[in-house]
Design a protein around this ligand. Sequence first.
Ligand code: TMP
Length: 212
Amino acid sequence: MKRGFFITFEGPEGAGKSTQVGLLLEHFRQKGLPVTATREPGGTELAEKIRAVVKGHDGAERMHPETELLLMEAARSQHVREFILPRLEQGVSVICDRFSDSTTAYQGGARGLCRAEIAFLNDFAAAKLVPDVTFLLDITPESGFARTRTRSETAGEFDRFEAERIEFHRKVRRCFLELAASEPDRVRVIDADRDPQSVHADIVRIADEFLV
Ligand code: TMP
C-alpha cells in the first residue's frame, strides 16, 4: 500500500494556519484522497494534556525554556507514534498544524536554545519523520497580532506564547524564513497577509503536484 503524504503548516501567530489546514483538508477530500488533520502540540489525548500545560501560564513558577522544549518533544513523541505514523502507513495523508520546525523557530530561534540539541531531539521525538512538504505561512508579527489579539481578547486570554514581546515573534519569523532558505524544496513560503482564498489557491497549486 502507498504511504500517505505528510504535510505540515508552519508560521508565526495569526498567520491563518488553522483556516488553511481546513481548506486543504476539504480540497483533498473532494479529490477522494484519504486524509486527516491534526495539530501540535496535541493530536492525542495525552499530547493535548501536555498542550494545556505548555501553553498555560505557570503562576508563580516560571517555565524554563528547556522544560518547554522537552514538553513539546514529549507531546510530539506521543503524537507521531500514536497517531501520525499508523495513519501514514495505512495510506492516509496527514496534514499537521505545526511540527518540528516550530520547535526550531520558537525554542531555538526565539528562546535561544542550542540548535544542534534541538535537531537531535526533533529527530528523536519524530522518529526521524520529515514532512513531504511544509507550507510556511509568512506574516509580520504586527499583522499576525492584529488578527490574534482580536481573537484572544474575545476568548479573554493570551496564552504564554501570545503574551511574549514583539521581538520574540520577530525572532520566530526570522528563524522560519532561514529554515525555508536552507530547505527550499521542502519548505514553501506563502505570503499569508492576503485573503484566505488567495492563500489557499497558492497552496493548492503546490499540493496538487503531490497528488499523483
Ligand atoms: P497554536 O498552534 O495554537 O499557534 O499554539 C501552539 C503554540 O505553541 C504556538 O505559540 C507555538 C508554540 N509551539 C512551540 O513553541 N514549539 C513547538 O514545537 C510547537 C509545536 C508549538
